[in-house]
Ligand binder design. Structure first.
Ligand code: ARG
Ligand code: ZN
Length: 874
């Protein structure tokens, strides 16, 4: 049941209009549809093809004639109606049971309300339909439901009619003026309230904006609304893209598989990315809301107006839209230094999650060649690496050139379903550039390694940089061709200044130059270099690659102190930390003594105290590489040793910098009214990291205690609680209880409460099982399952990878339990064992047998089967 990109065929029939009727009832909803279809001249096929999930088919009529079982074939989820005429009106009636739908895919019930999730293939769980993104149609939707229970009836587009029905029911009719694929359909029937306002677009039109939530949450919608208005403005200003509807709605739902969904005019969001006020949300939550509100809004052009031809092209909309939301968040901060910190966060995500994916059994190109279950391919590769690929166009073509490419893309493809090649062609044609080789970023999986060697000639005053590239084999792709890699470089002089760059006798206008590496090995030469420089390579992380260059500690400290490129300044610190963490890990494994050199401590002290740097930058500069990152760099993964090494380093920093950390805690208070802006959030971030370092050394826990009691915002309160728990304070239990009682009614805060405990160093699998018995735990709610199960399996490696295998036995149980309810969520948890081949042999055996146990289970979903099969095969 593997589906291949090369097998793509255009649809046999196109759908002009879709009329949908929903008689909503939790146990028994009747779905009626009327499709007007015409034969697609671009197809040679003669039969109508419809997809359907678990549906009770009540009626099926073609041009007014009822079809019998002899008139069509059903094969699994595919229905074929052979020999249909060129013009067809198809009428279908199905019955479904939304309250039984625990998959949260299609129409389902959450807290008594109806919601839909149709991407990627959820629409077919409501009715038979040519459910593929290249079939775009105009929709009219009639919703009918009990008025008491479901006073609010929403769908895509514009409300054209509403009224009363007998038996206490009412109806609403919605019309979407734009053609769309079925995955962008949505409906909501619910008891909800909204914050709303009219907003004037750049062209003078007034539009209605709404944020819909449950009644008790109306005090948490301001930031989402503000983010929506900022998104609309930004899309107009930066890209000349306007909102094309009279009305734009955001609806929050507590049960949701992913972050949010860009349904046309009716975005449906996980509550996590809507609800915020200072009492319940952290700075990170606020940033997440801004990014996701932006992301879904930006999809209106990159995804909805121009959509994907098939699901292999997913990154066409996702990579591009992530790039757009990244740029939006950076522009909202506005300063160069703030922008740099957002860039560093992106690099951290990529290394933490995407590089391991690219090196593991689920490795796939940004544009995959095949899949079993498309939901398994909503990945960091398609999203975040995809965004890096889009960013590289901008690096190669310049901001203006990239904008020209975007304009041409919309000009050519508005209201079409297209491919990644179409996007690349628009970029190339708008700029008169050949981007043929750039295609390999879409077709080849794996993280390229760029090795740099340099040579300074003191007589000729020249500096040569030789770059060579390679890319490890990945499943199905043993050999790779060279990529087209933009490598941004600068040269630092002895005083830390940027040296002017001269190539072939010409001065480069800037102190950063983008070298284009297209061959396996290339040498680039700079002249007029008067002193031996320290090269700053891959500035701003100009390509998603691993840079291999033999920096000395002295060079790294020079870069860490002076590089004008903030990303490389941060990177130098990370390299200093990583080499020591690897040495310490080895020392723990071999039973040696642990020491941390003064050079490193002093480098950390210096950045901590450098008032010329934003607090936000100092925070990321002081953050150590995660245990996952250290594991990726280790030859053989020893999770307990990694944990001990990193803890040793954290406590050493806490001890040796104690006075300075306390001083910074005092210097970075943010009294007065809470604001989530980057400056204030940066101060809190630095202050709370200082608190965490002290806690790692079991020092000054009274500071955390006081902060916990006095905090007036969730960022400070939760950070203090984390320090108390990690610092093993005698007050930790009391604080956890108080916190629970204070926020018992706030589901998103209780998620934090579970997540903190699940990832605490002392939490073993027995403690997790105990927490599962807590009355607030509910495995059916994805946020709750993630907060406890995922936080333990992905976020607490030293305990999850316990040598007795107890963590893996737990994983097996939970994957199988979840798979019966919600395969999409189960398959995500299944990926916790992706990197099993990197461990010590005994540990590998335990992990393999856990994978085998899941794999041997009789009734697996496609989702989980694909993940465990690939893990065992590769
Ligand atoms: N398109 C959505 C977004 O990027 C993600 C929805 C994916 N949902 C799923 N079940 N695969 O925001
Ligand atoms: Zn998206």
């Amino acid at each position: 049941q593997t589906i291949y990109r090369k097998d793509y065929l255009p649809p046999a029939y196109l759908v002009e209009t879709v009329e949908l009727g929903f008689d909503l009832d939790p146990a028994r909803t009747i779905v009626a549809s009327r499709l007007t279809m015409t034969r697609n001249p671009a197809s040679k096929q003669k039969h109508i093809e419809l997809y359907g999930g678990e549906l009770e088919l009540v009626a099926l009529r073609l041009n007014g004639r009822a079809l019998t079982r002899r008139d069509y074939e059903i094969n699994g989820h595919l229905m074929r109606i052979p020999n249909a005429p060129d013009e067809v009106v198809l009428e279908i009636e199905t019955i479904i049971s939304p309250e039984k739908n625990t998959t949260l895919n299609g129409l389902y019930v959450s807290n008594g309300n109806f919601f839909t999730q149709c991407e990627a293939e959820g629409f077919r769980n409501m009715t038979w339909f040519p459910d593929r993104p290249d079939v775009m149609a105009r929709y009219t939707v009639m919703l009918r439901a009990d008025k008491q229970k479901y006073p609010v009836l929403l769908s895509n587009g514009n409300l054209v009619e509403e009224g009363e029905l007998p038996d206490g029911r009412h109806y609403a009719k919605w019309e979407d003026p734009f053609k769309k694929p079925s995955y962008l359909f949505a409906l909501v029937a619910a008891r909800l309230v909204c914050q709303e306002e009219t907003f004037r677009l750049a062209d003078g039109r007034d539009v209605l904006l709404q944020v819909w939530v449950e009644e008790g949450n109306l005090d948490k919608t301001d930031y989402a609304m503000q983010s929506l208005k900022n998104s609309i403005r930004w899309d107009e200003e930066r890209w000349g893209l306007e909102l094309d509807l009279d009305r734009f709605m955001i609806v929050a739902v507590g049960d949701f598989n992913m972050g949010a969904m860009e349904n046309k005019g009716l975005n449906i969001f996980n509550t996590k990315f809507v609800l915020a006020n200072p009492r319940v949300a952290t700075d990170i939550d606020y940033a997440g809301i801004e990014a996701v509100v932006g992301h879904e809004y930006f999809h209106n052009w990159t995804g909805n107006r121009v959509t994907c031809r098939d699901w292999f092209q997913l990154s066409l909309k996702e990579g591009l839209t992530v790039f757009r939301d990244q740029e939006f968040s950076a522009d909202m901060i506005g300063t160069d230094s703030g922008r740099a910190v957002t860039r560093i966060d992106q690099v951290r995500t990529l290394r933490q999650a995407q590089f391991p994916e690219d090196a593991g059994p689920m490795s796939h190109p940004v544009r995959p060649d095949s899949f079993v279950e498309i939901n398994n391919f909503y990945t960091v590769t398609v999203y975040e690496k995809g965004a890096e690929v889009v960013r590289m166009y901008q690096t190669l073509l310049g901001r203006e050139g990239f904008r020209k490419g975007m304009d041409l893309y919309f000009q050519r493809h508005d209201e079409q379903a297209v491919t990644c090649d179409d996007f690349r062609a628009a970029m190339a044609d708008a700029n008169g550039r050949d981007l043929a080789q750039f295609e390999r970023w879409y077709s080849q999986a794996g993280t390229p390694v760029v090795k740099a060697e340099t040579r300074y000639d003191p007589v000729k005053k020249s500096f040569e940089i030789t770059l060579s590239q390679s890319c490890p084999a990945t499943p199905g792709q043993p050999k790779k061709q060279p990529f087209h890699i933009p490598v941004a470089v600068g040269l630092l002089g002895a005083k830390g200044n940027d040296l002017p760059l001269t190539v072939n006798g010409k001065t480069v206008g800037s102190t950063t130059m983008v070298l284009e590496l297209t061959k396996a090995r290339q040498t680039f030469k700079f002249d007029g270099v008067l002193e031996e420089p320290v090269p700053s390579l891959l500035r701003d992380f100009s390509a998603p690659v691993v840079l291999d260059y033999a920096y000395t500690d002295d060079q790294l400290i020079h870069l860490f102190n002076h590089d004008s490129d903030a990303v490389n300044r941060w990177e130098a610190g990370q390299r200093l930390a990583m080499s020591r963490l690897l040495r310490l890990t080895k020392a723990v494994s071999e039973g040696g003594t642990l020491v941390l050199d003064e050079t490193f401590i002093e480098a950390m002290r210096k950045v901590l105290l450098d008032e010329s740097l934003d607090a936000a930058f100092r925070e990321v500069a002081l953050l150590l590489p995660s245990e996952t990152l250290i594991a990726e760099q280790s030859e053989v993964v020893d999770p307990q040793a990694i944990h001990m090494a990193r803890q040793f380093m954290r406590s050493a920093i806490g001890r040796k910098l104690q006075k300075d950390l306390i001083a910074q805690i005092n210097a970075n208070q943010t009294p007065g009214e809470y604001s989530p802006d980057a400056i204030a959030a940066g101060k809190r971030g630095l202050k709370n990291l200082c608190l965490a370092y002290l806690a790692a050394a079991f020092l000054n826990l009274d500071l955390a205690e006081r902060q916990f009691d006095k905090a007036t915002n969730m960022t400070d309160r939760f950070s203090a609680l984390t320090s108390l728990v990690h610092g093993e304070s005698s007050e930790a239990e009391r604080a956890l209880d108080t916190f629970y009682k204070d926020f018992e009614g706030e589901a998103l805060v209780i998620d934090k409460w579970f997540a903190l405990q699940a990832s605490a160093p002392r939490t073993d699998v027995h403690k997790v099982r105990e927490l599962m018995q807590h009355k607030a735990f509910n495995i059916r709610n994805p946020n709750r399952a993630r907060s406890l199960l995922f936080s333990f399996c992905n976020g607490n490696p030293a305990q999850f990878d316990a040598p007795d295998g107890s963590g893996y036995a737990f994983w097996t149980e939970q994957v199988l339990a979840l798979d019966k309810l919600n395969p999409q969520v189960a398959a995500r948890l299944a990926r916790a064992l992706d990197r099993w081949r990197r461990y010590m042999p005994e540990q590998q055996d335990r992990m393999r047998s856990a994978l085998e146990q899941v794999s041997a289970s009789g009734k697996l979903s496609n989702d989980v089967r694909e993940v465990v099969t690939k893990a065992l095969a590769n």
